[in-house]
Write a protein that binds this ligand. Structure first.
Ligand SMILES: O=C(O)C[C@H]1C=CC(=O)O1
Length: 94
């Protein structure tokens, strides 16, 4: 198991065809929600005032995360920042 904190900043060009925009957003939502149902994307939070999110991914490896992120329908329109996480030594959870 590997946990990652991921920030996604979305920047869709203003002149993108509206139908393509709507279709890409619908595919993105379905893709994201399927990964949430699988438990691989357990947290997704909107950053207030930005077209950005902070997410937690719970995956097998960095390779798996890379494949997931690369497969995002909005990937061509995103800047993505990944931080690998490990349990803090002072955490009282088992
Ligand atoms: O809206 C976003 O933050 C981008 C993206 C991530 C999941 C999703 O459904 O859309």
């Amino acid at each position: 198991m590997a946990l990652f904190h991921v920030r996604m900043d979305v920047d869709i060009p203003r002149d993108l065809d509206p139908d393509l925009r709507a279709e890409t957003l619908a595919r993105e939502k379905e893709y994201s929600q399927e990964l949430q149902r699988q438990g691989k994307w357990p947290e997704i939070w909107r950053i207030v005032g930005k077209y950005s999110n902070i997410s937690i991914f719970d995956v097998e490896s960095a390779d798996e995360l890379h494949e997931i992120l690369f497969g995002l329908p909005l990937f061509p329109f995103m800047n993505i920042e990944v931080t690998a996480l490990t349990r803090h030594g002072s955490d009282i959870k088992e």
